[in-house]
Design a protein. Structure first.
Length: 148
């Protein structure tokens, strides 16, 4: 059981790296046509960029189901870790930063303020090129020092 919990926690942590890589090289790369909607004014509830959430949700569900149905069971726990990261990302990115769900929330915590500012730095670039601050939960040292 300890190995399963460690696998789940490692999956949560590793997903930040996967998200950074995907954001920098895929979303701002060959799938910019989907991600561009996130750097533009939104018209309606959803945007093409939401396809990435659907993909990662599907991956997590597949890992969970394979782990439950066929084994190895560790895949179940990795899928849970991916799901936990997805929930964290959704809360921070979609609810707190972009306010896609309207709630009354004022970031008073230093960490939350830095996440919001770093993501706003990312969004100052509206094009595919010259992007920066691709991470989300982990704030790179450059941005931690830049944002007080």
């Amino acid at each position: 059981m300890v190995i399963n919990i460690l696998a789940m926690l490692l999956a949560v942590v590793a997903m930040e790296g996967v998200a950074w890589f995907t954001h920098k090289y895929i979303m701002h790369g060959f799938l910019w046509s989907l991600h561009q909607s996130h750097h533009s004014e939104r018209h309606g509830t959803f945007e093409l960029n939401d396809a990435f959430s659907i993909f990662f949700s599907g991956l997590a569900i597949a890992l969970i189901l394979i782990g439950l149905e066929q084994g190895p069971v560790i895949l179940f726990w990795i899928g849970i870790g991916v799901s936990i990261y997805g929930a964290i990302y959704f809360i921070f990115h979609d609810v707190i930063v972009h306010r896609r769900i309207k709630i009354k929330f004022i970031a008073e915590n230093s960490y939350l303020k830095k996440i919001i500012r770093a993501h706003k730095i990312h969004h100052k670039h509206t094009g595919k090129e010259n992007g920066e601050a691709f991470g989300f939960i982990y704030i790179a040292k450059k941005y931690r020092e830049m944002i007080k």
